[in-house]
Write a protein that binds this ligand. Structure first.
Ligand SMILES: *Cc1c(COP(=O)(O)O)cnc(C)c1O
Length: 395
């Protein structure tokens, strides 16, 4: 059995997107900046994609800038707003404690440059409060950046309310919607955002391509200098095959969204209710206000990394919350932000389901995960101490 349950990390390329990628690369190889017919045909395809991506998000074509992915879009939005703010003496940025590193590390860079960074708490539910956001915004605030949906625990943030708040206070608003686009309805006008980041590989498009929505009139400065591509805001010959494949993947994901959401919601309920039967565990993040594909748990007395390795041996691709990939032993900043203590945060498991997953997959997960958790607990000295009453259970 093979179960891919790591769709928040990346998704399989859709067949329609793969086909479009190959066909576009073969047929429209001209450089969109060239004046000859081959270049102009490529340019036409590029602008058609821009209009279609804009339509999918409720914006205008001229508000869409193609990028190398979500990280680049986040960086460009935040740095553009920050430097524009600084010119007017506004050097405060309000964000949340659970943002993706593409946002957090950009904010850390700005902090080193003298900006004041305020990270709002999210509480046990993993959702930022509107009151906290309101209280944090003042006359010095250049930008508010709040993600649409969290990548680790799937919680949905009140972006529409925060968008309205920012508008009323005259503050720029960016939302990292990388986990949301293609999975839940996303409309830039409804959110009232000035910037929105998306990434193709999170909804069945290719890796290395994404887009930044930047409202007409909002400040935007290039991260990459060079040619005049993307109206001077992003130099470099456009990756037309990737952009075309992303466009097709986005449209297809919107068409399939209602049916996919219904299916995933059902699988999620099965998975959450099944895993909750494991003693001394807890669901991470709000039960209702979360992406339908996301199930994140902490199991007391185990190490998430060992859990992942043993699940991998059983053909299950999953993820843990901790930043083990970066070689650090720090538990996830998101799990700490929702109040999990270090020991508990280390025992985390993120299962993110997608289009190809079935009820059989969930049944297999519900057999494998409890087995592996029990196996690891039986070997764990911490678990023995807990059972012998030498330590107190936290969960
Ligand atoms: C994946 C992800 C990113 C980064 O996107 P890339 O295209 O991989 O650079 C940013 N934010 C969130 C919430 C993500 O899940």
């Amino acid at each position: 059995m093979f179960v891919y349950a790591d769709h928040a990390a990346t998704t399989k390329l859709r067949e329609s997107a793969a086909k479009t990628y190959v066909e576009t690369a073969a047929q429209y190889y001209g450089n969109p900046s060239s004046l000859h017919s081959s270049g102009q045909q490529a340019k036409e395809v590029l602008e058609d994609c821009r209009a279609r991506v804009a339509a999918a998000l409720g914006g205008e074509a001229r508000e869409i800038y193609f990028t190398s992915g979500g990280s680049e879009a986040d960086n460009q939005a935040i740095l553009s707003a920050a430097y524009a703010g600084a010119k007017k003496g506004k050097k405060k940025i309000v964000s949340t404690a659970i943002e993706h590193h593409a946002v957090l590390h950009t904010l850390e860079k700005l902090k080193r440059e003298g900006f004041q960074i305020v990270l709002l708490p999210v509480g046990e539910a993993g959702i930022v409060s509107l009151n906290d956001a309101e209280a944090a915004i003042d006359g010095e605030t250049a930008l508010v950046s709040v993600m649409f949906a969290n990548n680790e625990i799937g919680t949905l943030q009140p972006v529409k309310e925060i968008g309205a708040l920012c508008k009323s206070r005259g503050v720029l608003f960016h939302t990292d919607a990388v986990q949301a686009v293609g999975h839940v309805p996303v409309d830039v006008r409804e959110i009232g955002c000035d910037y929105l980041a998306l990434s193709a590989h999170k909804f069945g498009g290719p890796k290395g391509v994404g887009a930044l929505y930047c409202r007409r009139g909002a400040p935007l400065t290039p991260l990459i200098e060079g040619g005049a591509q993307e109206r001077g805001k992003r130099a470099g010959t456009e990756d037309l095959p990737a952009v075309a494949a992303m466009t097709v993947a986005l449209e297809e994901s919107l068409r399939e969204m209602p049916a996919e959401q219904e299916k995933l919601k059902k699988l999620q309920t099965m998975l959450i209710e099944g895993l909750e039967k494991i003693p001394h565990c807890a669901l991470n993040g709000d039960r209702e206000r979360r992406l339908a594909g996301n199930t994140s748990f902490c199991f007391e007395g185990i190490e998430g990394e060992s859990l992942l390795l043993l699940l991998d041996e059983k053909g299950i691709c999953a993820s843990s919350g901790s930043a083990c990939t970066s070689g650090s032993l720090d538990p996830s900043h998101v799990l700490l932000a929702i109040g999990r203590v270090h020991d508990v945060a280390h025992g985390s498991l993120r299962l993110t389901l997608g289009a190809e997953n079935t009820e059989e997959d969930v049944a297999y997960l519900l057999k494998a995960v409890p087995e592996v958790v029990e196996y690891l607990r039986n070997m764990s000295p911490v678990w023995r101490d807990l059972q012998e009453g030498k330590r107190k259970y936290i969960l």
